[in-house]
Structure formats: structure tokens, C-alpha cells
Write a protein that binds this ligand. Structure first.
Ligand code: ATP
Length: 326
């Protein structure tokens, strides 16, 4: 096993709060072990373009609390091709990078797997996505911050919903997963939740509006962005208006505010733990795995398993929403 001397570090795919905390952890842990870190700007695109630079302890000072990613992030079509990955590998060789740590979501790990299969270079991943949809970690970096941003926003929407007796349909992020919707629905006291993992969301909503308490004039319905079966938040809003015209129904899309802001303590600690663990794992000869935390313990999961979307929604949580919104 060759000794690691120079780790290439990058963020890729959608940004998530806490990515900076993870970058800091990797850089500081590597320096602690006398390993060099080469920052790669704009993910795989920057790797192909040779946008690489040497990092030191100062390049990560005062970033643990900042949202976004100082390394910037991008999507890259050419990295999906063998030729594109060859160009990326040539750049890494030019800068003497002999290992990689990728911070991102499932797409980033698909790319990391393809790269590790094509070239003899160890690659590890850190789960950086607000969606919490990766196998091999209880939580992803950014999820806790995002759900706290959502409940702050929904609390504000509830003020106006209550004052005007309105029914609000609030769309939250989660392209393939209802995890953000489910947690924030419970935490904000939503009356209904519509997520891709459950096929009964809209039926339940209609049932509630038809047979539920008539004195309830304001309501919050949380819809996951990836909910396509019913046509998304605007279509659901249109159908509610059509069927229940006496409700003053509004649709609110929370959008990109969910990606920004200072990472919570949970996200900073998670990022710091997995960042240190990834450096130590590279030193121990690990490759092709995502470093996460399961039951409060560091866990290593091969990329091909990590990217299998975890669709396990706890039905008890859905039941709680129903029980508590009488
Ligand atoms: P998020 O889900 O939070 O947006 P992500 O990491 O899933 O983050 P993607 O845009 O899906 O984001 O993927 C990031 C990049 O990974 C892509 O732009 C592409 O360069 C690379 N990538 C994705 N899939 C593959 C693949 N099958 N082969 C090679 N590279 C890939």
C-alpha cells in the first residue's frame, strides 16, 4: 500500500450547508498527519480544466460556519465520458495528486466510482446533500440545516395562513425523496404531507378537507418537490381550488433558500467527524467508499451501495402527522 502524500479535495453536485465544515476538517486532518491537500474548484469540471491549487491551514480558516462551498461546485457532462475522465486524471498527475476525497451526493459518487474503476487512484466520498437520500449514513451533511431553514419558513407562512384563514401548499426540496417533507411536516405541525414514497397523500388531503373539522380554516400542506404522481405543488393547488373553492388556497415554493445559510451544530459536527475519518481511512488503504455515521459510529459504504436511494420512510412518522393534526 503506497503512502498517501497529496489528497485532491472537491465538492460536486448541489451545494449543501456544512460542505465548508467538511473541507476544513479534511484539510486540517491531512495537515495534522503531514499530508498535502490540493483543492479542486468546481468539482469534476475544474478537475478536467486543471483548476487546482495547494491548500494550507489558512485557506480554511473562518469557514466552519459558512454556508455554500469555498471550493465552488458544478456539474460536468464531459466527466461522464471516458475521455473526459482521462483529461481529469492527466491533470491530477500533473499536480501529483495521489488520492481523492469527493464531497457530494449520489451523482458525485457515481462519478467517483467510474473514476476509481478506470484509474488506480483511491477515492473516498463524504455525504454532502440536503436530501438525506444516501444509504450508509443516518444523516447527510446539510440535511439538518435545510430542515431547520424549512421549519423557520413554514412558521412564518403559518402566521399569514392563520391571519387570513388560508390553506397553504408549501413545496420543499427533495427531487427523489420525501425525507425533508416528512420531518419538516411533523416539526411544523402540518395537516398533510404529500411525498413520492406514499401514494395516499392527495387522497388523504381530500378526505380531510371533505370530512375533517369544519372550523379549521387555515391549513399547511407540505409537498415534496419530487412528488410527480399528482403533478406537483401547483397542480395540487389547482385541484384543491377546483374541488374546495371555499378555501382560500395558496401555493408557496420555498426553493433555493433551503440550500443556504449557516450550518447547524449537527451538520458541523457530522462534517468534522467524517472529514477526519476519511483522511484516516485513506491512510489505512480504504478506497471506493463513502464515509458516513450510522448509530453514532463511523461507517464505510461502497459507492455502489451508497447511491441506492434509501426510500425507507417510516410509516409511523406519517401516522404521527395524521394523529397530531386533528
Ligand atoms: P445533489 O443530488 O445534492 O444535487 P449530486 O452529487 O447527486 O448532488 P449530480 O449533479 O447528480 O449531483 O452529479 C454531480 C456530477 O457527477 C455530474 O455533473 C457528473 O459530472 C458526475 N456524474 C454523475 N453521474 C455520473 C456517472 N454515471 N459517471 C460519471 N460521472 C457522473
Amino acid at each position: 500500500m503506497a503512502q498517501i502524500k497529496n489528497i485532491g479535495l472537491f465538492t460536486s453536485g448541489g451545494d449543501a450547508p456544512g460542505m465548508n465544515s467538511a473541507i476544513r476538517a479534511v484539510v486540517r486532518a491531512a495537515l495534522y498527519y503531514d499530508i498535502n491537500v490540493t483543492g479542486i474548484r468546481r468539482g469534476y469540471e475544474g478537475m478536467i480544466n486543471g483548476d487546482l491549487f495547494q491548500m494550507d491551514r489558512k485557506s480554511v480558516s473562518n469557514i466552519i460556519q459558512r454556508g455554500g462551498t469555498i471550493l465552488k461546485t458544478a456539474r460536468s457532462e464531459s466527466f461522464r465520458t471516458k475521455q473526459g475522465r482521462q483529461l481529469a486524471y492527466d491533470q491530477l498527475k500533473k499536480f501529483n495528486v495521489d488520492a481523492l476525497i469527493a464531497i457530494g451526493g449520489d451523482g458525485t459518487f457515481r462519478g467517483a466510482k467510474a473514476f476509481g474503476d478506470q484509474f488506480d487512484i483511491p477515492v473516498l466520498g463524504l455525504p454532502g446533500t440536503i436530501d438525506n437520500d444516501l444509504m450508509g449514513t443516518d444523516f447527510t451533511i446539510g440535511y439538518d440545516t435545510a430542515i431547520n431553514t424549512v421549519i423557520n419558513a413554514v412558521d412564518k407562512i403559518r402566521d399569514t395562513a392563520e391571519s387570513h384563514d388560508r390553506l397553504f401548499i408549501v413545496e420543499v426540496m427533495g427531487r427523489d425523496s420525501g425525507k425533508i417533507a416528512l420531518r419538516t411536516g411533523i416539526a411544523s405541525g402540518a395537516e398533510n404531507i404529500i411525498i413520492p414514497e406514499s401514494k395516499t397523500g392527495l387522497t388523504n388531503l381530500f378526505d380531510r378537507l371533505e370530512h375533517g373539522r369544519k372550523d379549521k380554516t387555515s391549513r399547511i400542506v407540505i409537498v415534496a418537490e419530487g412528488e410527480n404522481e399528482e403533478g406537483g405543488a401547483f397542480e395540487i393547488g389547482r385541484r384543491v381550488k377546483e374541488k374546495f373553492p371555499h378555501y382560500d388556497t395558496r401555493v408557496s415554493i420555498l426553493g433555493h433558500i433551503q440550500r443556504g445559510g449557516k450550518p447547524t451544530c449537527m451538520d458541523r459536527v457530522l462534517a468534522s467527524r467524517v472529514g477526519v475519518a476519511a483522511v484516516e481511512a485513506l491512510m489505512a488503504g480504504y478506497k471506493g467508499q463513502m464515509v458516513g455515521v450510522i448509530n453514532n459510529k463511523i461507517a464505510y459504504t461502497p459507492f455502489e451501495h451508497a447511491i441506492k436511494h434509501s426510500t425507507d420512510i417510516d410509516p409511523n412518522l406519517l401516522k404521527i402527522v395524521e394523529m397530531l393534526s386533528l
